[in-house]
Design a protein around this ligand. Sequence first.
Ligand SMILES: Cc1ncc(C[n+]2csc(CCOP(=O)(O)OP(=O)(O)O)c2C)c(N)n1
Ligand SMILES: [Mg+2]
Length: 259
Amino acid sequence: MRRSVRGKIIRVNPRSTVVKSNASHRRAAFPPRQNLTLANYFRQAGRTFFTEPDQTRMTNLTADDLIAFETDIANVFNAGKIRAPVHLYYGNEQQMLDIFRDVRPEDWVMCSWRSHYQCLLKGVPPEKVRAEILAGHSITLCFPEQRVVSSAIVGGIIPIAVGVAMGLKQRGEKGRVHCFMGEMTAETGIAHECIKYSHNHQLPIRFIVEDNGKSVCTDTREAWSQKVLTYEGAPHPMVIYYKYQTKYPHAGAGQRVQF
Ligand SMILES: Cc1ncc(C[n+]2csc(CCOP(=O)(O)OP(=O)(O)O)c2C)c(N)n1
Ligand SMILES: [Mg+2]
């Protein structure tokens, strides 16, 4: 275990860390971390709005399945067979599996340009996700049937996610919103406003900040001259924050491909 400025860092798997916050929003003592999934960890700590039991995972996919999917896409991309950008995940499989234990079929999953794992874990058939990626749509994958929506505009998906959550609340409909964003996006004004608005209106939404340390090729902390990012350690009751180390570049799979 290592310490961060705001709290204790816990190892979830060798490639990644989750930060336990000391923030004042905390509603209960943090449980010991051993053998806890990320979702259970946050739930027991009173750090999630969603209190349902978590046998809701919609697929039987494993971390290895997720990695194999991205490896296949990387190979196809490097072979020059995808004539559009791809943004691959790696190193956050366990956190994604944990987060999706608290995602139900009626929920909406809102994503950025990097969304292959979310589509798979929300139950879109892998061959359908693959076909869309090969057709050049990786950066804006939308599957209305499974309630997955993406936008490749930095911050673009966040107000849309808030609107969906507001709609669900106003109509009294079942379902919640899970809005994913990178750590640079989480520092933008639109993210801060949307998170504040959602909290003040108690909307059925949570925000997941995925910190790979980079905004394209720029170090996010250096860019902001900020050692600890705003939601690092998730010092907000509607935010789940996790850190991961990817082996892929921001876009593509490591080989220059001319479209
Ligand atoms: C409005 C807008 N400006 C710039 C870009 C180019 N752009 C794409 S991803 C990105 C960096 C985002 O970093 P982060 O939020 O940390 O997400 P990550 O890709 O690291 O997961 C930028 C600047 C964009 N897509 N939209
Ligand atoms: Mg990033």
